[in-house]
Design a protein around this ligand. Sequence first.
Ligand SMILES: *Cc1c(COP(=O)(O)O)cnc(C)c1O
Length: 299
Amino acid sequence: MISNMAIKHPVLEDASVSLFLKREDLIHPFVSGNKYRKLKYNLQQAKVEGKDVLLTYGGAFSNHIAAVASAGKMFNLKTIGIIRGEELADKPLNSTLRYAEACGMQLHFVSREAYRLKETPEEIHLLRNVFGDFYRIPEGGTNALAVNGCKEIITEKDKEFDYLAVSVGTGGTMAGIIEASDETQEVIGFSALKGTFQLSEIKKYTSKNNFMLTDRYCFGGYSKVTPELIQFINLFKKNTNILLDPVYTGKMIFGIIAMVERGYFKKNSRILAVHTGGLQGIPGMNVKLEKKNLPQIIV
Ligand SMILES: *Cc1c(COP(=O)(O)O)cnc(C)c1O
């Protein structure tokens, strides 16, 4: 059972708004909480179909790749990771890919061109020629079964909140949260990428309209960071002892605090933000920051 933790922050006090954090990051030390939620029913389906190989896709720092590798190890399934970027095959593996490989995942590096075409029947056929039969999980893990798993993030008790906040990559987690929400609650999605193109994905899985998606706090795009964001994450850790990741949850909490300051939330209202995890990506991000001589995330 994941508890909701009250967050103290002067901006919240001034606005008479309360913020709670759902600690999905505590599900596993390396694997994003929401990625396990997304895998749960997919693993059951693979079993129903009698498949013992999982194949999926991701970039070199992907939380989803780490999650599939970890699940494969835990449930004794073979895992294959199709990784974007042929050039990575000749370089030392970063911490995410080292972890995936240590879990037993077979890494297969492909060109950006092949990666872009990964959903086409030709590319899937090519992979079947190389790897034989497998249970295929899309990039980021989002499909209908994943959305069903994400509905379980929100419990009956969470209906006492006025707002539910979540970070958005593909939109699958947000779709599950919208489905599990009450019509009187507003679900706020913070896009970790430039744009709100995830709306079309979200609408595949829900017909409800009690939500809003913004990319205002994406800090320039996916996995882009600024010293301001890193300082925010470090200060949040110092004040609450809760570590946020720089790609997803750090941007979400930054966005929530900024929106509180701007008066978005009603006085005396209650926000529940989902800490989806993503902490496994921090060492990799710190290596990049160190190379650029920028402040790093204190863990
Ligand atoms: C993948 C991920 C998300 C986004 O989930 P989607 O379902 O793809 O929108 C949010 N937070 C973390 C930590 C993630 O790893």
